[in-house]
Every structure is written in structure tokens, then in C-alpha cells.
Design a protein around this ligand. Structure first.
Ligand code: GLP
Length: 245
């Protein structure tokens, strides 16, 4: 595990964007695993700026996103497909046919999950997976559990996650209770994993995840075992773990 220390959110975003940018330059047709949430927004904004300056070309890049709410489609502003278009895809020269997310409107969970794993497989796997972390240690929507789930699956969101994500909806009742998410093995099979974590609110879970035991009760902890895992974290997020660095 490699730790890149950043001053604040803007600095962490630039550093994370630098890593992604290097990946795109080195392999123009790479497969990027992408994430939603507030953590990666600054990273996407930086990548968009470099694209606008002519420094980056996404024309051959392929993407797979981690997750999607069950029941939400592109016309719903809270869907992750909508988030990705608004915050990234609509501002760069990526071919929409090369972007992939689980289909939240597919009611047959088994079919959708098997299909999504076959999409990842058909792309040849993920070169670089970008991650955030939930307040309870979730990655994608792999919630704390008794065991790690390997492939794409349908999860019941925990109350903690529903509460954390309610800020994006008009009220808590509108937060979907289920989501499709890549599994832990899908994430671990990415050749490189980069996680961006900022803010004091994530400081305790960051310490638990990367300076505590590897356990499905803190799903992100499994990344301790990944051979090419980079954590980009700001001072506030590292404040609880600082004596262990
Ligand atoms: C959601 C997403 C995760 C993300 C998490 C943290 O639950 N499914 O992929 O990492 O939120 O979000 P934020 O970055 O807004 O704290």
C-alpha cells in the first residue's frame, strides 16, 4: 500500500487526477473503473480541465462504474448514470458506447449481475480502479457483512449508507434501498487501485480500514492485500492514523 499525502481536497483531487492521467497517456485504450460520490468530483473536474487544454484524449478509453441504485434510470438525477454524465462523460471526448454502468432499471438481479461481470470480463478487466470509501468502510456498495461477496451482486443498503446518501435526495424515503455493485473480487482484480479520501469525517474509518484487521466488517480493509493499491488522503482524513504513518 502506497500513501500519497495531500494538503486538502483540491490537492488530493489533483494528485488523483495525475495518476489517472498517466494511465490514459500510457495506455490510451485503458479500462478505467470509476466511482461516484462527492470524493471523486474534483478529480473529474481536473481531468476535464486537462482534456479542454488538449492534454488528454479519452476517445479510446473504456469505463466501468462500480455501482448503480436499483430502480433508478438515466432520467433520474440521483442515478449514478446521470451523475457520471453530468460530472464527467458529457465534458470529455469519450464514446458513450464505451461507458458501462449496471442497469438500475433491470428488475432481474441475477441476470443483470451476471451480465455486468461478463461486460468487465469482455473488456479484459480493469486497468485502474478509482474508489472512495463510505463512512462505514464500504467500497462501491459492498456493505459491512459477515463475508466478502466476489462478483457483481444486488445489495440491501445499510441504514448508515441510506442516511449518508439522503443528502442527495429530497428526503430519506426517496433513497433506494437496493443497489447493484461490483463485488470485492471484481475490485481486487483491477491491476491498480487508487482511493481518494478527504475530510475529518472519514478519519476513523480510514484508520480502521488500513491500520486494522482485514475483515468483511470493514470492506475496504481487503485493499491492504492488493499488490498495487494507492491511497490519496488529505491531512484531515489522516488525522486519526497520523501516529501510525
Ligand atoms: C456511495 C458510493 C461509493 C462512495 C461513497 C462515499 O455510497 N456508492 O462508491 O465511495 O458513496 O461517498 P462520498 O465520496 O460522497 O463520501
Amino acid at each position: 500500500m502506497r500513501i500519497i499525502r495531500a494538503k486538502d481536497y483540491a490537492d488530493a483531487s489533483r494528485k488523483t487526477a495525475n495518476i489517472i492521467s498517466a494511465q490514459v497517456l500510457l495506455k490510451p485504450d485503458c479500462v478505467l473503473g470509476l466511482a461516484t460520490g462527492s470524493s471523486p468530483i474534483g478529480t473529474y473536474q481536473q481531468l476535464i480541465r486537462w482534456y479542454e487544454k488538449g492534454d488528454l484524449d479519452f476517445s479510446q478509453v473504456r469505463t466501468v462504474n462500480l455501482d448503480e441504485y436499483v430502480g433508478l434510470g438515466a432520467d433520474n438525477e440521483q442515478s449514478y448514470i446521470h451523475f457520471m454524465r453530468e460530472n464527467f462523460f458529457d465534458h470529455i471526448n469519450i464514446d458513450p458506447r464505451n461507458t458501462h454502468l449496471p442497469n438500475g432499471l433491470e428488475p432481474d438481479a441475477r441476470h443483470q449481475c451476471a451480465h455486468y461481470d461478463s461486460v468487465i470480463h469482455s473488456l479484459g478487466g480493469v486497468d485502474l480502479q478509482l474508489l472512495g470509501i463510505g463512512h462505514n468502510g464500504h467500497i462501491g456498495f459492498n456493505e459491512p457483512a459477515e463475508e466478502f461477496v466476489k462478483g457483481t451482486h444486488c445489495v440491501e443498503l445499510t441504514q448508515n449508507t441510506i442516511d449518508a446518501n439522503a443528502r442527495f435526495f429530497e428526503n430519506e424515503d426517496q433513497v433506494p434501498r437496493k443497489a447493484y455493485t461490483m463485488g470485492i473480487l471484481d475490485i481486487l482484480q483491477a491491476k491498480r487501485v487508487v482511493m481518494i479520501v478527504t475530510g475529518e469525517g472519514k478519519a476513523q474509518i480510514l484508520k480502521d480500514a488500513f491500520w486494522g484487521p482485514v475483515t468483511p466488517k470493514v470492506p475496504a480493509s481487503i485493499l491492504q492485500l492488493h499488490p498495487d493499491f494507492t491511497l490519496v488522503a488529505d491531512e484531515a482524513a489522516l488525522s486519526v492514523a497520523k501516529d501510525l504513518l
